[in-house]
Design a binder for this molecule. Structure first.
Ligand SMILES: Cc1ncc(C[n+]2csc(CCOP(=O)(O)OP(=O)(O)O)c2C)c(N)n1
Ligand SMILES: CC(=O)[C@@H](O)[C@H](O)COP(=O)(O)O
Ligand SMILES: [Mg+2]
Length: 637
């Protein structure tokens, strides 16, 4: 007689409540199945693989022990939440991750009650969890609040602001520190070294490291696992950890892949904890999938791949990525100017500064996930006589806004902001869209704000920023490949506040700011076929505006249309202000401004996102026609 194949346990889990009936042995099997399912799903969708694989056992243990969604489980960043999504009723849609209409790649309140708090930017989880705990204490939603935060995310100021507050409020709150000794890149900084010391001195294998305060809630031995936990915690009076000094009970470090440690410790903590409690869990990013474990980034983010070989599908393009053009341009400038230095907030590879660091290790600073600090640190570097390039994604620069205003702009310090991922980014969705930087920068007195229309222009903007010492200067460029234009041998500094005329045309002028220029040119071609060839201008500068060029265009055309990859309040708004101030509207100019719509656009491929935004070539053409009052007959081919 042959053994009947066993039904996978995962098939029996429609919700975490189904896990309550499973034995610890079955939970171990469930974890193995969950890991396989996560790998299979990401092989189809691409996405954040390594972080999720590292928390498979932790995810199972938390859902087995706590009572979600009554208990609020908050994943920091949320890039590790795919296993959580599989266990919380979203397995049937897991192969739609990060695609249009599919599941978000992060936690999202509108997606599931098991996602009590959305994320994607880091280091927010402890604040949010503490908010839930304080709300509970004042009669709001009942249940525990559990923040799971990585060692990289723990380095950000916000995490410490939250711990500072939690230690003061003293309410019951769980923080699980998922320490895999990785950020996207290897982690940097004194906190990272401190965490390493915590377990280097008392490795979890010996169960030696735990805090005095953890002993105070040792369990009644309510089952086998808890007795084991008691043994683990007994005599571990290390004490004095940073977390204890901040008012937390500290438990750990424990092996985050060993359910025989995780389950009893979480059960014990849940049964007995009274105040803020930090459980220090050691994990391996990419755990259980050899290609991820072996990768430099431990499989942090991946394209679609073949599960057996780990080989990723590659997009074919001959055009260089903007990020690489920026890095090469900066290296070229830095070869000639030893005062040029570069700053990244935990994104060396994403910003291309890994290349700069290879060439100039002492002139490149990775400050960890600390955008606020990165900006003010850059201000200090500038005040100290250097020429800092602070390279931050548009979306993450939002976090350093007050520093841009207070520390950089008011003091007119020449910090160069290299703003990558400007505009809509695709699969990461609304949380990562670079929609607001022009609006929040160009209103600052004395700043220069540029947008590259193509990769050659980006080279020139790097050179422009390197040569500009009068105050802050920013240049933005999108995620992905350039248009494949001819590249100059090196960048040439642009004249500040001067745009360029690309095409001379008739009734309408299109003022483009940034890489929509390629779509504008397609629209212009189609309009030309209708006998309505427009003037096309690449504005290059949102601040200072090229007043002469814009006013001339406004006065010599029937219609003026601005186009930009940003929200209202940016380039188009500044142009409108200029035209209004100069009385140009009084003469009957037809003016329209094409900006990102007043909605957060969910993930899709970038072209589709711009179509949803109403900003592709056909929609630009339609806007020109409707502005001129020309009927849209005979659609363009
Ligand atoms: C404010 C902010 N800055 C940068 C990032 C980009 N980012 C996403 S995940 C990550 C690394 C997080 O490391 P860690 O918290 O240790 O999680 P792990 O990936 O190691 O599980 C970074 C830098 C972000 N999401 N938010
Ligand atoms: C989770 C996170 O914030 C990053 O991993 C982000 O997804 C990186 O985006 P890029 O792929 O554009 O570098
Ligand atoms: Mg980490």
């Amino acid at each position: 007689m042959t053994d009947r194949p066993k039904t996978p346990l995962l098939d029996r889990i429609a919700a975490p409540s189904d896990m309550k009936a499973l034995s610890d042995r079955e939970l171990r099997q469930l974890a193995d199945e969950l890991r396989a399912e996560t790998i299979s799903a990401v092989s189809v969708t691409g996405g954040h693989l390594g972080a999720g694989l590292g928390v498979v056992e932790l995810t199972v243990a938390i859902h087995a022990v706590f009572d979600t969604p009554r208990d609020k489980l908050i994943w920091d960043v949320g890039h590790q939440c795919y296993p959580h999504k599989i266990l919380t009723g979203r397995r049937d849609r897991i192969r739609t991750l990060r695609t249009e209409g599919g599941l978000s790649g992060f936690t999202k309140r509108s997606e599931s009650p098991y996602d009590p708090f959305g994320a994607a930017h880091s280091s927010t989880s402890i604040s949010a969890a503490l908010g839930f705990a304080a709300a509970r204490d004042l009669g709001g939603d009942p249940g525990d609040a559990i923040a799971v935060i990585g060692d990289g995310s723990m380095s950000a100021g916000m995490a410490f602001e939250a711990m500072n507050n939690a230690g003061h409020l003293k309410t019951r709150l769980f923080v699980i520190l998922n320490d895999n000794e990785m950020s996207i890149a290897p982690p940097v900084g004194a906190l990272s070294s401190y965490l390493s010391r915590l377990y280097a001195e008392a490795p979890f294998q010996d169960f030696k490291a735990a805090a005095k305060s953890a002993v105070s809630f040792l369990p009644e031995p309510f089952q086998e696992g808890a007795r084991r936990a008691k043994e683990m915690l007994k005599g571990m009076a290390v004490g004095g950890t940073l977390f204890e000094e901040l008012g937390f009970n500290y438990i750990g470090p424990i092996d985050g892949h060993d359910l025989d440690q995780l389950l009893p410790v979480l059960r014990t903590a849940r049964a007995r904890a009274t105040g803020p409690t930090l459980i220090h869990v050691l994990t391996k990013k990419g755990k259980g999938y050899a290609p991820a474990e072996a990768a430099r980034d431990r499989g942090h983010a991946t394209g679609k791949f073949d599960v057996l070989t780990g080989v990723q599908a590659k997009a074919v393009s001959n055009a260089p990525a903007y990020t690489k053009v920026f890095a090469q341009g900066l290296i070229a400038e830095a070869e000639r100017d030893e005062k040029i230095v570069a700053v990244t907030a935990a994104m060396p590879d994403g910003t291309g500064l890994n290349l700069f660091a290879d060439r100039f290790p002492r002139r490149c600073f990775d400050v960890g996930i600390a955008e606020q600090h990165a900006v003010t640190f850059s201000a200090g570097l500038a005040a100290g006589g250097l020429r800092p390039f602070c390279a931050i994604y548009s979306t993450f620069l939002q976090r350093g806004y007050d520093q841009v205003v207070h520390d950089v702009a008011i003091q007119r310090l020449p910090v160069r902001f290299a703003i990558d991922r400007a505009g809509l980014v695709g699969a990461d969705g609304a949380t990562h869209a670079g929609s607001f930087d022009v609006a929040f920068l160009a209103n600052l007195p004395g700043i220069v704000v540029m947008a590259a229309a193509d990769e050659a222009d980006l080279m020139h903007m790097v050179a422009t920023a390197a040569a500009y010492d009068e105050g802050p200067i920013a240049f933005r460029y999108p995620r992905g490949e350039g248009v494949g234009c001819d590249m100059p041998a090196r960048g040439t500094p642009l004249t500040i506040g001067k745009g360029r005329v690309i095409l001379e045309g008739g009734r309408a002028a299109i003022l483009s700011f940034g890489t929509r220029l390629s779509e504008v040119l397609k629209a212009a071609e189609s309009l030309a076929q209708r006998g309505l060839a427009p003037t096309v201008i690449d504005a290059r500068f949102a601040k200072p505006l090229d007043r002469d060029l814009i006013l001339h265009a406004a006065r010599h055309h029937e219609a003026l249309i601005t186009v930009e990859e940003g929200a209202v309040g940016g380039f188009g708004s500044h142009v409108a202000q200029l035209l209004a101030d100069e009385g140009v509207f009084d003469t009957g100019l037809k003016f329209r401004s094409m900006v990102l719509p007043d909605i957060f656009i969910d993930q899709a491929n970038p072209d589709r996102m711009y179509q949803i935004a109403g900003m592709d070539a056909a929609q630009i053409e339609a806007k020109v026609l409707s502005t001129l009052g020309v009927a849209m007959v005979g659609r363009r081919a």
